[in-house]
Design a protein around this ligand. Structure first.
Ligand code: EPZ
Length: 417
């Protein structure tokens, strides 16, 4: 099993270019199925989840090639409409392929995406929305069988602004006659990136970034070119790492407006932050201070994906910080590993209270999920002594060459495969 060996205590400094956004490129790769020809996707990060999405596209009969950070998908050769259990298990967010497969094949088959480390991860919002658009859905033995019926545009109201459900509806709606409106849509920047891609395919779509998105008209392009937006969660993660080591870093290829709630929290903790278009500079404060309660919320609220990286930082901040995790049911699994490093954290349901300690001690710990794994790396960088962190398949899903990025900034980190 791969592991990191990290000797804590080094200060991170230097400049880092942030890779393309995992949570944007995944739905965009699904959307390439709507193009009966070639889609050229630039700034495509080399991540485990992206490789899984490419496996799905290949399984469906598409021709996929990669040239550095450009992925080219030729979906004209698509010949299947099913996603096998093995590939569904590899990446639970494969459910976002459902809408796109239905558009091209007018049917789709996949197994229920398993739960994951964050909780059961239901897809009821996806399925009820597709039903409303005219998709007939049968479930048997853990398999979902979808068939396009009379696909008619209509209003679809989400009881929760689910990112994945919003994306699935945006894609499926391109098969509908008339206009579809998504009410209470997710407002994440990744939704806007998907809208920009869909516009290039010929679909009329407006409103992404707001709570109402309007879609009409099919995709009719036979070639599309798109550059994926930068990964705001990776950017936030590396800022937390720099702050945790008392360092200072410059991030390039970022959109600071995408993570204002994170930079506000870091400034409240005592960091200085300067930002300009495409760039952001953080200098950590002489002493980290605890901050007002952090409540994770749908965008533009504080992102749930940055809860654990920020928590790792707060373990050594003077005073106590309260976290309230409102999005996922089980997103504190990194806490017990942080406790092994000497952190002082109390969890009661969705509330975690972090009381700052003067030091963390390196220890052998295991990653439990993608962002929780990043939190362990941040804690190890700021701890005294050596940490061994196993379960790198988690961070490999969402951070491109993390060990190289951190070593470039001065971390004493080795990857042992
Ligand atoms: C996306 O997941 C992201 N993943 C997640 O990032 C992110 O944490 C999440 O949005 C929230 O921002 C990708 O984009 C690939 P949701 P998604 O549907 O679409 C419940 C990471 O670390 N729900 O907005 O699955 C669900 O259980 C990952 O990069 C239903 O109840 O998130 C959860 O509690 C982790 N029924 C909440 O809504 C549904 O049908 C938010 O889920 C769908 C979701």
């Amino acid at each position: 099993m791969s592991k990191y060996v990290i000797a804590g205590g080094n200060t991170l400094s230097g400049s880092l270019r942030i890779h393309g956004a995992k949570n944007s490129v995944l739905p965009i790769l699904a959307a390439t199925l709507l193009v009966n020809g070639e889609s050229v996707i630039h700034n495509c990060p080399d991540l485990k989840d992206v490789r899984s999405a490419i496996k799905i596209l290949s399984h469906l009969g598409c021709r996929v090639t990669r040239e550095n950070d450009t992925v080219i998908v030729d979906a004209s050769t698509m010949s299947r409409y099913d996603i096998p259990e093995t590939l569904m298990r590899e990446m639970r967010s494969s459910v976002m392929f459902l809408g796109a497969i239905i558009v091209r094949a007018r049917k789709a088959q996949m197994s229920f995406p398993g739960g994951c480390e964050l909780g059961p991860r239901p897809i009821d919002l996806h399925l009820s929305a597709l039903l409303r658009l005219g998709v007939n859905i049968r479930e048997n033995g853990g398999e979902i069988l979808c068939e396009a019926g009379d696909m008619t545009g209509t209003d679809v109201t989400l009881s929760f602004p689910s990112v994945g459900a919003t994306e699935n509806i945006m894609l499926a709606a391109t098969l509908c006659s008339g206009t579809t409106r998504i009410i209470n849509a997710a407002r994440e920047p990744e939704i806007e990136d998907l809208q920009n891609f869909l516009k290039k395919t010929g679909t009329n779509i407006v409103g992404a970034g707001g709570s109402i998105i309007e879609i009409s008209g099919a995709s009719n392009a036979v070639s599309v070119e798109h550059t994926v937006m930068p990964d705001r969660i990776a950017a936030a993660t590396y800022l937390c790492a720099a702050a945790a080591t008392g360092g200072q870093i410059e991030l390039t290829s970022v959109i600071p407006e995408h993570f204002l709630t994170v930079t506000a929290a870091l400034e409240e903790a005592g960091c200085s932050i300067l930002s300009e278009p495409g760039r952001l500079f953080l200098r950590s404060g002489p002493e980290l201070k605890s901050i007002r309660p952090i409540r994770t919320m749908p965008y533009p609220g504080f992102p749930t994906d940055v809860q654990s990286p920020l928590m790792a930082l707060m373990t050594k901040a003077k005073g106590s910080t309260i976290f309230i995790e409102n999005i996922f049911e089980n997103r504190y699994r990194h806490v017990c590993e942080l406790l092994r490093m000497g952190a002082n954290i109390r969890v009661e349901g969705k509330v975690a209270v972090i009381t700052g300690v003067s030091k963390l001690s390196g220890a052998p710990v295991s990653m439990t999920d993608l962002r929780g794994g990043a939190a362990l790396v941040i804690a190890a960088l700021s701890a005294e002594g050596i940490s061994e962190i196993t379960g790198l398949s988690h961070t490999d899903r969402g951070y491109e060459k993390m060990e190289e990025a951190l070593a470039k900034l001065g971390a004493d980190i080795q990857r042992i495969d």
